[in-house]
Design a protein around this ligand. Structure first.
Ligand code: PLZ
Length: 454
């Protein structure tokens, strides 16, 4: 790794070169494509993003949970360079190549369950989710798909319908695809009956939704993120997910786990479903799988995946050889370096500090949650009612950025501060990033209180 693993503040952030590039962006890129932090990156690796002004920022976002193995990870670089020099594309549907098959073999070995599996490869997470729904409908002969409050599954027409949140994902982009039904999510912190009652009551509410609004026999699939990502890093209570999966199996409803954000070592297991031994019928993956190259997959029971007629699944670029080469190298890195174990180490470093922050600010940190290197704090306003405080999350985010720490927020109410560091980050940078975050938090809370006094 040529990039020094240190935070450097060379200019204000964003610096003059980034600002000049941002002016070009505004004049050439659709305003619909936003940027969280207009700092233009020149090089990245380990836990560092280096910008065009010579600033080096600590990365607590991994490009939204993608660069799990680190940016430009050595094995990925080597594998991609070799592949790109051999050939860049043939189209797997025309003349196939080994790398695609090898990725599918890895997916069969690593995804939950020891049953026989088949996979199909695509370019983006949304495309994988779309195809999982296609396969589920085709196999079951049923139309309806049940999703949950706070769900995020993508931005294409079908996946917008599956996604819960209006702004910014759906607003004025309808009409949306039909036969999508939504059940309450088991969200312990905000469950009306309280966290203790959440598992049972949310299970009953789910069953009632399917029974009364859909009808079990009309339901092709239940689709869920085992830990919700964009919706707020919502971890369902223990036991709930296995109960939902078991009930689906009894009804002949396919259980689809969207592991696009949680999969591939992120949560301290290979997949978040592994934590409770849940075995989905279909799994969607993307993001961390290919070290930053666009690759996604649907993996599922052989009899389901093979039920589709020849030619029913595909796409020009799906399983592109360069992306597959990257995935094979990224997966090898995860295996050799035990990155699920590394994610658990990161949890052990983060959680005590996040809990200490919550103790210092009991009125503002409502909840600390997550698993592995997918952790979050939910921020609330002073006073009763657990009122979501997106303004505080935004203020902390900006204060972190000014000090050279890249962070992300999420949540239906925009008030969840999430941590998704690359698993290749060193412990010193982790600790320094947490120092910056804590100082930014104290500062944002203090200025918020001053604002209220004045
Ligand atoms: N399913 C669980 O997390 C992508 C989206 C960011 P694509 N999440 C980040 C944004 O604002 O667009 C995601 C996900 C889960 C599906 C997707 C969609 O994956 O590769 O972005 O299409």
């Amino acid at each position: 790794m040529t990039l020094s693993q240190e935070r450097i503040l060379a200019t204000e952030i964003p610096g003059p070169r980034s600002q000049a590039l941002q002016a070009r962006k505004v004049a050439s890129v659709s305003a619909g494509v936003g940027t969280t932090l207009p700092v233009y990156v020149e090089q990245a690796g380990g836990g560092i993003l280096r910008d065009v002004d010579g600033n080096q920022l600590i990365d607590f976002g991994s490009g939204i949970a993608v660069t799990t193995v680190g940016n430009a990870a050595p094995r990925v670089v080597e594998s991609v360079q070799r592949q790109v020099a051999d050939f860049t594309h043939t189209c797997f549907m025309v003349t196939p190549y080994e790398e695609y098959v090898a990725v599918c073999e890895k997916l069969a070995a690593l995804t939950p369950g020891s049953h026989e599996k088949r996979s199909a490869l695509f370019n983006s997470g949304a495309e994988a989710v779309e195809n999982a729904v296609k396969v589920a409908r085709h196999h079951t002969g049923r139309d309806a798909v049940v999703v949950f409050d706070h769900a995020y599954h993508g931005r294409t027409n079908l996946t917008m319908a599956l996604t819960a949140k209006n702004m910014p994902y759906k607003h004025r982009f309808g009409p949306f695809a039909g036969e999508i039904y939504r059940a309450p999510m088991a969200y312990p912190y905000r469950w009306p009956g309280g966290a203790e009652a959440c598992a049972d009551e949310a299970f009953d509410a789910f069953v009632t939704t399917v029974h009364t609004r859909v009808g079990e026999d009309n339901c092709a699939a239940v689709l869920i993120e085992p830990i919700q990502g964009e919706g707020g890093f919502i971890v369902p209570p223990p036991g709930w997910l296995p109960r939902v999966a078991d009930w689906c199996r009894e009804q002949g409803i396919l259980f689809i786990a969207d592991e696009i954000q949680t999969g591939f070592a992120r949560t301290g297991d290979w997949f978040a479903c592994d934590h409770e031994g849940v075995v989905p019928d279909l799994v969607t993956t993307a993001k961390g799988m290919a070290g930053g190259l666009p690759l996604a997959a649907v993996t599922g029971r052989a009899e389901i995946m093979d039920s589709v007629h020849v030619g029913g699944l595909g796409g020009t670029y799906g399983g592109n050889p360069v992306a597959c080469a990257a995935a094979l190298a990224a997966i090898e890195t995860m295996e050799v370096e035990d990155l699920p174990g590394r994610a658990r180490e990161i949890e052990a470093i983060f959680l005590p500090r996040l809990r200490a922050l919550a103790e210092r600010h009991p009125d503002r940190v409502g909840d600390v949650r997550g698993r592995g290197a997918m952790l979050a704090v939910e921020l609330v306003a002073d006073g009763p009612g657990r009122t979501p405080d997106a303004a505080l999350a935004g203020a902390v985010h900006r204060a972190c950025a000014a000090q050279g720490l890249v962070t992300l927020t999420c949540g239906t109410f925009g008030n969840v501060f999430r941590f998704l560091p690359p698993l290749a980050i060193g412990n010193e940078l982790l600790a320094e990033g947490l120092d910056v975050f804590e100082a930014a938090f104290d500062q944002a809370v203090a200025s918020d209180q001053r604002g209220k006094v004045e």
